[in-house]
Design a protein around this ligand. Structure first.
Ligand SMILES: [Fe+2]
Length: 172
């Protein structure tokens, strides 16, 4: 039996005078959706770590987890605005965001700092890879501006990853 090709869901764009051809903007919107979902999931997981971390490095981790969540809040906003700028509809409801989760869920409640460091580093690293991979996609569809927003997001998040990892002496 021949394999049935999976059809990509169609995306309807708003009318805009944006200079990129519609066929390319559709692909930009398609690639932006998982990044937007992932950034919101990660924002919340960083807040979870900020609120619930316990240990002798509490002050420093409490602060760096919050700074990382603030960074993500800016990234969420930038990605959603790129989506709107090219004619797409930013994901703005819990139902739409949870339809296709990008990250492994995180346990809630108070936890030791080593556990939270590992948890955050795993997910942050995964998300950075997701953003890095999509840079090529945006360039392929001629959207250097969105690619540039992703480069800036990676630059900020990779620095946070380094700072959070540096709280742990254990080898990766
Ligand atoms: Fe706070």
């Amino acid at each position: 039996m021949p394999a049935i090709a999976k059809k990509k869901p169609t995306i309807a764009l708003q009318r805009t005078r944006h200079p990129l051809p519609e066929t390319q903007r559709v692909e930009v919107v398609r690639a932006l959706a998982p990044l937007q979902t992932g950034s919101i999931e990660l924002y919340l997981q960083l807040k979870n770590a900020h609120w619930n971390v316990r240990g002798n490095a509490f002050g420093s981790l409490h602060r760096i987890f919050d700074e990382t969540s603030q960074e993500l809040s800016e990234i969420v906003d930038n990605l959603a605005e790129r989506m709107a700028i090219v004619g797409g509809e930013p994901l703005a409801t819990i139902q739409k965001l949870t339809a296709v989760p990008q990250l492994a869920d995180a346990p809630t409640g108070m936890r030791a700092q080593e556990e939270f460091i590992k948890l955050v580093v795993d997910r942050l690293s995964y998300y950075i890879q997701l953003v890095r991979d999509s840079i090529d996609v945006f360039e392929r569809y001629n959207d250097r501006v969105t690619a540039d927003a992703c480069v800036r997001a990676c630059s900020a998040l990779e620095k946070k990853l380094w700072m959070i990892e540096s709280h742990s002496v254990s080898k990766a």
